[in-house]
Design a protein around this ligand. Structure first.
Ligand SMILES: Cc1cc2nc3c(=O)[nH]c(=O)nc-3n(C[C@H](O)[C@H](O)[C@H](O)COP(=O)(O)OP(=O)(O)OC[C@H]3O[C@@H](n4cnc5c(N)ncnc54)[C@H](O)[C@@H]3O)c2cc1C
Length: 528
């Protein structure tokens, strides 16, 4: 088989992976693996935009304050400062790389306002911001002679000193790259590298209803967990209040920007209900809006609520993508009819713990973007801060890595992947059934509103699933589907045990048994 060597191994081709790869490529060979087409990932679906202070009526202190308020006491202040102070420079770079944000008639950038932001500061490209950023970055990466992109290659496990052979007596807790499955050939390859960046995105596919595309199965997080890397705050899952209610199709996000634009939420009785829950009405933070919708749906026994845009003049022009999707998927004209919406799992605030340079608790292993827990989101992410986080911390990881003196690992021998194993199709159907069960259990018991009893139930089911899947995995040849199921099971398990440990309600974690915040829980939930 041989080992595929590079200076930098990047796992994931969203905003985090591409930002890092483009910078690192001027200093060495980059191998970028990505499990689907390179353009696929959460980045591509981001609609609302990217938050940064770019106007003189705004200030980084205000952006910091808004971020910290949303984070409900758990934001790491130093990380938030890095985010808001360095953000504007990263935006300038993004524009230089070819990203085209929407502008006003006078040529200035059009800045939107979203829930929890005290100023208009969201740069956007109509309602296709993520797609525009991904387009610009990917075009540059494809053109760079030092970047080799391996599509349809899925990371299986990190390579650590436990796998490596050779003179490693003085080394422990160190990453040498990753075992990677080529989905087309079915072969597992060893990618060895001086530095590895996990940029594999989120894990919201662990829930039945999610705004995330199919690649968001938390692979990087699960790989890190299995390698013994520190993980934090997995209980903080952000549910987007408004995804399109489409019983037949895939979930589609109805961006927060529509509420920022003046959209009104109405229940089945046509009532504007947010005034009952929060004086900020439709622009209250996401967790408040999601819980309010959940409460109205439960109170009235309805499957969804509505977002009313019919009183606004320019909805079709401002949100062409959403306008078109609603017309095609549900045959509704959103300028004349209300949009049926439900909450859906959207963003993982927790992740692989890193310092301000993206370094994890394992040597030579970095993590940026949604897979990481840098401390900027705390118990709840402020809208449009995640694209910014990926840009800022990918840059800082790059800066740190190129300053580091490289060590000589030429004596390290990476063994081949052991492919011996059987495939039992009949049993595989049962395992597939486990996937559906897992996502439904997470939705029913570990969702927007949780209780001790629900979490205990979920724990019992997850424990069993985890054991079954691990056992099956050890006896079976790897495939993309099996890797994802194994990873989602680990993610579900981590979310449940983290939620069980937090005996309070804070940010996105709401427990009926403990409805208040508690001083003693003013800390991260860390899993080793
Ligand atoms: C519908 C939607 C709307 C959003 N809107 C906004 C917004 O307006 N503003 C904002 O700031 N944020 C928004 N977000 C969140 C934001 O898009 C993401 O947090 C961000 O794009 C994450 O970037 P990333 O590079 O970390 O991950 P991603 O863009 O998800 O990229 C991850 C990459 O890793 C690859 N990958 C995963 N596992 C493996 C593996 N095992 N092996 C190889 N490759 C792998 C994937 O294929 C993908 O290429 C939105 C998210 C969604 C889903």
């Amino acid at each position: 088989m041989g080992v595929i060597k590079s200076d930098f191994l990047v796992i994931g081709s969203g905003v985090a992976g591409l930002t890092f790869a483009l910078k690192a490529a001027d200093h060495g060979k980059v191998h970028l693996i990505t499990k689907d087409k390179a353009s696929e990932g959460n980045t591509r679906y981001a609609q609302g935009g990217v938050a940064a202070v770019t106007s003189c009526s705004d200030h980084v202190e205000l952006h910091k304050e808004d971020t910290m308020i949303a984070g409900a006491g758990l934001c790491h202040e130093d990380a938030v400062e890095v985010l808001v102070k360095e953000g504007p420079e990263r935006i300038r770079e993004l524009i230089e790389l070819g990203t085209q944000f929407s502008k006003n008639d006078d040529g200035s950038y059009s800045l939107a306002k979203e829930g929890g932001h005290s100023r208009h500061r969201i740069l956007h490209a109509a309602d296709l911001t993520g797609a525009e950023i991904e387009r610009a970055l990917l075009a540059r990466a494809l053109a760079h002679p030092n970047i080799e992109i391996f599509e349809e290659h899925i990371g299986v496990d990190l390579i650590t000193e436990h796998h490596a052979l050779g003179n490693l007596t003085a080394d422990f807790n160190i990453c040498f790259g990753a075992y990677v499955l080529n989905k087309k050939t079915g072969k597992v390859l060893a990618f060895q590298s001086d530095f590895t960046l996990l940029a594999s995105g989120g894990a919201s596919r662990v829930y039945l209803h999610t705004t995330n595309p199919h690649v968001a199965t938390g692979d990087g997080l699960a790989m890190a967990y299995r390698a013994g890397v520190r993980i934090a705050n997995m209980e903080f899952v952000q549910f987007h209040p408004t995804s399109l209610y489409d019983p037949e199709g895939e979930t589609f996000l109805i961006s927060e920007a529509l509420r920022g634009h003046g959209g009104i939420l109405r229940n089945e009785l046509s009532e504007r209900f947010m005034e009952k829950y929060d004086q900020r009405l439709e622009l209250a933070p996401r967790d408040v809006v999601a819980r309010s919708i959940d409460s109205e749906m439960k109170r009235l026994g309805s499957k969804h609520v509505y977002l009313d845009m019919t009183h606004l003049p320019d909805t079709a022009e401002r949100f062409p993508n959403i306008f078109r999707h609603c017309q095609e998927a549900l045959k509704i004209d959103i300028t004349k009819e209300w949009i049926p919406v439900v909450p859906a799992a959207h963003y993982m605030c927790g992740g692989v713990m890193t310092n301000l340079s993206g370094l994890t608790s394992m040597q030579n292993l970095y993590a940026t973007g949604e897979v990481a827990q840098t401390g900027v989101h705390g118990a709840n992410r402020l809208a449009s801060n995640s694209l910014l986080e990926a840009l800022v911390f990918s840059h800082n990881a790059f800066k740190k890595i190129i300053q580091k003196k490289r060590r000589d690992f030429s004596k390290v021998v990476i063994p081949e992947w052991n492919e011996k194993g059987l495939e039992n199709k009949e049993e595989w159907l049962l395992v597939r059934h486990n996937m559906a069960q897992l996502r439904k259990t997470m939705w029913d018991y570990v969702g927007i509103v949780r209780s001790k009893e629900q979490l205990n139930r979920a724990y019992r089911r997850m424990r069993l699933l985890y054991e079954e899947v691990e056992d099956y995995y050890k006896r079976t040849k790897v495939s993309g589907e099996l890797i994802e199921l194994r990873n989602l099971t680990a993610i579900a398990y981590m979310i449940v045990i983290s939620a069980q440990r937090r005996h309070e309600s804070r940010g996105l974690h709401y427990m009926t048994d403990y409805p208040e915040k508690k001083e003693e829980f003013l800390k991260d939930t860390i899993i080793h």
